[in-house]
Structure formats: C-alpha cells, structure tokens
Design a binder for this molecule. Structure first.
Ligand code: PEP
Length: 246
C-alpha cells in the first residue's frame, strides 16, 4: 500500500556506540506525521538494533540462497529469522562496485519476497545515460529486467527507490521537477505493465543527496512518496528534519 517513507541508508558507517546513539536519537524524537521511518544498517548491527529499536530496521543486502558455501554472505532467510522485515535491493553501489547485474537482482527480489521481506528496489541512471537522454529507457529496462516478471500482488509489496547515480553521495540533487518527472514515468510504466490501481498503490521514493534544505521541495511533488537518505541519515538532527519536512 502506498505510504510516506523516510529511510536512512547508513552504508558502511558508524561504530557500535554510534549506531546505538543514532538509533536512539531518531527513535526517541520521531514526529507524529504518519511517515514510516527506517534505518538500513550494516549487517553486524541488525540483530542488536532490531531488538531495541522502535523504528524499522532494514538490511542493506542479503544473499538469495538460504544456506550453503557462500563465505562472507548473509542469507535473506537468516535476516528474516532475526525479525528484520525490509531489505535494499539494487542499490547503485551494489550494481556498480560489486557487479550485481539485473538477473542477480531479480533472484534477490524473488528471494526477498519469498521470505516476506519488504524489498526497496533501487533503480536510476548514470550521468552518461542522462546526458545521452537515455534516462527513461535505462530505468524502464531496470524495472523490466528485475521486477516486471512479478504478479501484480507481489509487485504491490515492492517499494521503488529512484536514485540517479550522479546524485548519490555527490551533493548533486535532481531538481524536484526532474525527480517528479521520473517518478511519474515509473508509475506510468507500472500502470502499463499491470494496471493503474497497482501503479497508484506503490510507493516511489527519491534518493540522491537529499538533505534538510531540499527535502520539503522534493516531498511536495505529486509522485514523490518519500526519500532514501544516505549521508544525511548519519546525523540525527538532519535526518529528523527531513522526516519533519513532510
Ligand atoms: C543512498 O545511499 O541511497 C543515497 C541516496 O546517498 P546520499 O543521500 O548520500 O546521496
């Protein structure tokens, strides 16, 4: 069901004490504004934070096989088993730094849904795609290749995070109009593949250098249902201000 979301992606940051402090500072000061708040945390902190947090804790990654000889990996089944409900799939750093391709992301999405983990499926174009005016085609292809095999009911439980690669961690933000235009496009291709009810039910959130100064103009756009926040989620004050700006 479509909802308002602000999700922090901590990436590979923070020591244990800092992780606890940040989770507490956010949990204890959540504004009452119907926004669902998540923190996607490093896997070493999942169990600990899951036990104490009053806001949702999500995993940044998970392996699609349930168990086996995959040294260093953590399976979606293990993640689900400790009580985690949500997971990031297709983040541009996984695509570009770890070579995760669309077929693998499709397997991850299927495994997440099989284990009833709520997937945040990230998509977005590179700067080159945008400069060559291929950004709509790129995002459509990412959705088509990894998501559009799903039935409508499964698709409705996916949250889409549009994250233009050129805006992630760069300080560059898509303008509210650029982001809204892409979100509207995403909804239109979902409506074409499924139906308008499905397209209207899916939350499409924006990520890419979202911060307190630009959050409210992004969130005011008709097709933007929230944000996936990297850098600014590491400071409770900034993250809370972003949640507040809804
Ligand atoms: C992200 O990691 O998903 C992200 C959007 O990062 P940042 O906000 O730092 O650009």
């Amino acid at each position: 069901m479509r909802k308002k979301i602000v999700a922090g992606n901590w990436k590979m940051h923070l020591n244990k004490k800092e992780a606890i402090n940040l989770n507490e500072a956010v949990s204890n000061n959540i504004p009452q504004n119907n926004v669902e708040v998540y923190q996607f945390v490093p896997s070493v902190y999942l169990d600990m934070l899951q036990e104490r947090s009053t806001i949702k804790i999500g995993a940044q990654n998970g392996y699609p096989e349930d168990a086996g000889a995959f040294t260093g990996e953590v399976s979606m089944l293990q993640i689900k088993n400790i009580g985690i409900q949500s997971i990031l799939i297709g983040h541009s750093e996984r695509r570009h730094k770890f070579g995760e391709d669309e077929q693998f992301l499709k397997e991850k999405l299927d495994a997440a849904l099989y284990h009833q983990l709520e997937p945040f499926f990230c998509c977005g174009e590179t700067l080159q795609d945008r400069e060559q005016k291929n950004h709509f085609e790129t995002v459509h292809e990412q959705l088509h290749a990894s998501c559009f095999h799903l039935g409508a009911e499964a698709m409705r439980s996916v949250i889409i995070a549009y994250e233009p690669v050129w805006a992630i961690g760069t300080g560059e933000t898509a303008t509210p109009e650029q982001a809204n235009e892409m979100h509207e496009f995403i909804r239109s291709v979902i409506a074409k593949r499924y139906d308008q009810t499905t397209a209207d039910a899916i939350s499409v959130i924006y990520g890419g250098s979202c911060k307190p100064e630009n959050a409210s103009s992004l969130f005011q756009q008709q097709h933007i249902d929230g944000g996936l926040i990297g850098g600014a989620s590491l400071k409770s004050k900034d993250f809370l201000e972003i949640i507040q700006s809804f």
